[in-house]
Design a protein around this ligand. Structure first.
Ligand code: ACO
Length: 437
C-alpha cells in the first residue's frame, strides 16, 4: 500500500510499531534516510542495548554525505561535481577533471597551469624507493609493488601527518597524484628487468606515464597522440565513483587520522581484488580461457549454473549499462585502428550479446561494467594483464584523496567503527589442554 497521508498528518517522520510489545516510536526522516542511532530507543526492557540496523556489505546504508560524485544506477548516470561523465570525457583532460573532483569547480586557465605544474614537479620519487622495488621478485604482481611503495612514501614525508593543515594536504595531493604513475611505471620496468625511466616534465600526465613505461633507446620519447588521449579519457572515466569498496577503504582507514599515503595504500589494496578494480585483469583472463566465439554459449551456461562469474558484468549500483563502459567500448575501436584489432573483442561482443538477451542476466539487471572492455584496450596498447588494475589505481587516486579530504572536514564524521551482531558462544569455562577432546 502506498497511499498518501492527509496533509494535516504529514510529517517528516517514520512511525514504527514494535509488534513485540505494541510500543510506537516516531523516527525522524531526512533526505529519505533515517539515523540508525534513533532506533536505539526501541527496546523491550530498559536494560536492553536497543535496536540496531544490520546491513552486511552496506547494501542500503549511506555512510556519509558527499558532494563529489553522483550516480543514478537505474538510469546509468554518472557525474563528477554535477558534470556528466560523457561531457568530461569528450572535453576535459584527466588533470583538469582531477582538479574538479578535488576542488569542486573546473579550474580557470591559470589554475590549471598552476595545478599541472605542481603535479608535474612532484613526479620524481626518492631514490631509495628503487631499492624497495629491487627487492621484489621479477614476477611480483605490480599491484603488490604499488601498494607497498605508496605505503613506503609515508616514511619519506612525515609532514603528511599534519592532516588538518590545508597546506600539508595540498602538498600530499600533488605528491600522490604526481608519484603514482612513477611508482607504477617503475614496478613495470622492474618486472621486465629494464632500467627505470625518469619523468619527462615536458610531456603531459599520460604522455609522461607512457614515456616511463615504454621508452627504450630514443633520446626523446614521443607518445602516439591518439593512444595518449585514449589513456587520458580512460583516466578521466576512472577518477572517482563515490562510495565503492576502495573509496570506502580510504575513508575508513583515513578516519583513524593516519597519513594519506597509508590510507591510499589501503585503498589500492581494496582495488586490487577481482570483484573491484582487479576485474579488468580477470576479464582478460576469462576471454583467453573462453578462447573462441563458439565457446561463449558453453561458458555462459557455466556462469548461469553458478560455477563462474561473468567478469566485467554486474554492479552494486548500476542496474543499467555502466555509462563508462559505453565510452570505453568506443575508445577500443580508436585504439584498434592504430594497434590492430584485438581478436578477443569478438568473444567479448558475443558474451555481451548473449548476456543482454538471456533471462538470467536480464532479470538480475547485469550489464557490462567499466572493466569489461578496458582490458582489451590496455592489452592492445601493450600492457601485460597484471598492469590493468594499476591503470585503474593511478587515476582513482584523485577520487580517493577527494573522498578522504571530504571525510576529514565533515563534522559528522568520526573514526569508522561499525557494530556487529554477536552470534558466538556465551561465557563458558576454560578447558585445560589435557581435557580437550
Ligand atoms: N556473473 C554472474 N552472475 C552474477 C554476476 C556476474 N558477473 N554478478 C552478479 N551476479 C548474480 C549473483 O550471483 C546474484 O544472483 P542470485 O540473485 O541468483 O544470487 C545476483 O546476480 C546479484 O548479484 P550480487 O552478487 O548480489 O551483487 P553485488 O552488488 O553484491 O555484486 C559485483 C556486485 C561484485 C560487481 C558482482 O556483480 C560481480 O561479482 N561482478 C563480477 C566482478 C566485476 O566485474 N567487478 C567489477 C565491478 S565494477 C568496479 O568495481 C570497478
Amino acid at each position: 500500500m502506498n497511499s498518501e497521508a492527509p496533509a494535516e498528518t504529514r510529517r517528516d517522520t517514520l512511525t514504527v510499531i514494535d509488534n513485540r510489545n505494541g510500543k510506537q516510536y516516531e523516527i525522524a526522516v531526512k533526505d529519505d534516510t533515517i539515523r540508525p542511532l534513533d532506533l536505539r530507543k526501541i527496546k523491550i526492557h530498559d536494560s536492553d542495548f536497543g535496536m540496531m540496523s544490520y546491513d552486511p556489505a552496506f547494501s542500503n546504508t549511506a555512510s556519509c554525505s558527499s558532494k563529489i560524485t553522483f550516480i543514478e544506477g537505474d538510469k546509468g548516470i554518472l557525474r563528477y561535481r554535477g558534470y556528466s561523465i560523457e561531457e568530461l570525457a569528450e572535453k576535459s583532460t584527466y588533470l583538469e577533471t582531477a582538479y574538479l573532483i578535488l576542488h569542486g569547480e573546473l579550474p580557470t586557465a591559470s589554475q590549471l597551469t598552476d595545478w599541472s605544474y605542481h603535479i608535474t614537479h612532484h613526479t620524481f620519487i626518492h631514490e631509495s624507493i628503487k631499492k624497495f622495488l629491487d627487492g621484489f621478485h621479477y614476477d611480483a604482481h605490480p599491484m603488490g609493488m604499488l601498494i607497498s611503495t605508496v605505503a613506503a612514501l609515508s616514511t619519506f614525508y612525515p609532514d603528511a601527518k599534519d592532516i588538518f593543515d590545508p597546506e600539508s594536504r595540498r602538498k600530499q595531493t600533488y605528491r600522490l597524484i604526481g608519484k603514482m604513475p612513477t611508482l607504477a611505471a617503475f614496478a613495470y620496468r622492474h618486472s621486465l628487468g629494464m632500467p627505470f625511466v625518469y619523468p619527462d616534465n615536458e610531456l603531459s600526465y599520460c604522455g609522461n606515464f607512457l614515456n616511463m613505461l615504454f621508452r627504450t633507446t630514443e633520446l626523446k620519447y614521443r607518445p602516439n597522440p591518439t593512444l595518449e588521449r585514449a589513456l587520458d579519457i580512460l583516466f578521466t572515466l576512472h577518477a572517482d565513483h563515490e562510495q565503492n569498496c576502495s573509496s570506502t577503504a580510504m575513508r575508513v582507514v583515513g578516519s583513524s587520522h593516519v597519513d594519506p599515503y597509508s590510507a591510499t595504500a589501503a585503498a589500492t589494496a581494496a582495488l586490487y581484488g577481482p570483484l573491484h578494480g582487479g576485474a579488468n585483469e580477470q576479464v582478460l583472463r576469462m576471454l583467453l580461457e573462453i578462447g573462441s566465439v563458439n565457446n561463449v554459449p558453453a561458458y555462459v551456461k557455466r556462469v548461469k549454473a553458478g560455477e563462474k562469474l561473468l567478469m566485467g558484468f554486474g554492479h552494486r549500483v548500476y542496474k543499467n549499462y555502466d555509462p563508462r563502459a559505453k565510452i570505453v567500448k568506443h575508445i577500443a575501436y580508436e585504439v584498434f585502428d592504430i594497434m590492430g584489432r584485438n581478436p578477443l573483442i569478438d568473444i567479448a561482443l558475443e558474451c555481451e550479446r548473449i548476456a543482454l538477451e538471456d533471462d538470467y542476466f536480464v532479470t538480475r539487471k547485469l550489464y557490462p561494467n567499466v572493466d569489461f572492455y578496458t582490458g582489451l584496450i590496455y592489452q592492445s596498447m601493450g600492457f601485460p594483464v597484471t598492469m590493468f588494475p594499476v591503470l585503474f589505481a593511478i587515476p582513482r587516486t584523485s577520487g580517493w584523496i577527494a573522498q578522504w579530504q571530504e571525510m576529514l572536514l565533515d563534522a559528522e564524521q568520526k573514526i569508522s567503527r561499525p557494530r556487529q551482531l554477536y552470534t558466538g558462544f556465551d561465557l563458558r569455562s576454560y578447558v585445560p589442554l589435557d581435557r580437550r577432546s
